[in-house]
Design a protein around this ligand. Structure first.
Ligand SMILES: Cc1cc2nc3c(=O)[nH]c(=O)nc-3n(C[C@H](O)[C@H](O)[C@H](O)COP(=O)(O)O)c2cc1C
Length: 196
């Protein structure tokens, strides 16, 4: 018993210190990512390095007091982790970064991402940035393979439109459009704007 009490006290002290550290970190600015295959995570980590901010997955995100950047992979127009993020962000301002295969330099693609973002994040009034991701069909889950196959069948049936050309050209392959320089405008924006 004589040994047990000091051990318990030390354990509690350690836990309390860990709790305080975690809470303090949560009070700082941070980058949150929602990613299936690691592309959005890669961008989030690079952004974290450039801005000196903590990087957390949406699954371990518990809320923030300072404006957050949410980097999220696009899946059939939806944002990976959007529901969980929405629940935990609780009114805090955030910058959204979409990470998809389609080229956001195409006006139609960008407009569609923006429309989907407004629908997914109801009270969001922050800026949107779009970076280009990567895909490796060999790594896809069965569900995602089927989704991609259905998308291809639909495109082929409907007739080829310009914005689907890249999709068909990359179908079944392994390709990356990732590059660090796509983060430059986000870094500049984050450094200039206190609100986001
Ligand atoms: C089933 C499926 C659906 C996808 N839907 C879209 C989409 O709607 N728009 C887009 O630009 N990219 C789409 N992509 C491509 C992903 O957004 C891209 O691979 C991204 O880099 C994934 O991010 P992650 O690796 O962080 O999960 C899709 C990929 C899969 C497998």
């Amino acid at each position: 018993m004589a040994h047990f009490l000091p051990v318990c006290a030390a354990w509690l002290r350690e836990k309390r210190i860990a709790f305080i550290i975690t809470e303090n970190r949560r009070n700082g600015k941070m980058i949150v990512y929602g990613s299936h295959y690691g592309t959005a995570k890669w961008y989030a980590e690079k952004l974290g390095e450039k801005l000196g901010e903590e990087v957390v997955s949406v699954e371990s995100f518990r809320g923030a007091k300072e404006p957050v950047v949410f980097v999220s992979g696009l899946y059939a127009g939806g944002f990976k982790g959007a529901k969980t993020f929405q629940k935990r962000i609780d009114g805090t301002k955030f910058t959204l970064v979409s990470c998809g295969l389609a080229d956001p330099k195409e006006e139609k693609t960008r407009r569609e991402i923006e429309r989907n973002a407004r629908a997914a994040f109801k009270d969001w009034d922050g800026p949107l940035f779009c970076v280009r991701g990567a895909i490796d069909y060999r790594r896809l889950s069965v569900l995602h393979r089927v989704m991609m196959w259905m998308m291809k069948t639909m495109i082929v049936k409907k007739g080829l439109e310009a914005e689907n050309e890249a999709f068909l050209a990359t179908y079944g392959s392994r390709i990356s459009f990732c590059s660090e320089d796509q983060l430059d405008p986000i870094v500049a924006y984050r450094q200039k704007n206190e609100r986001f």
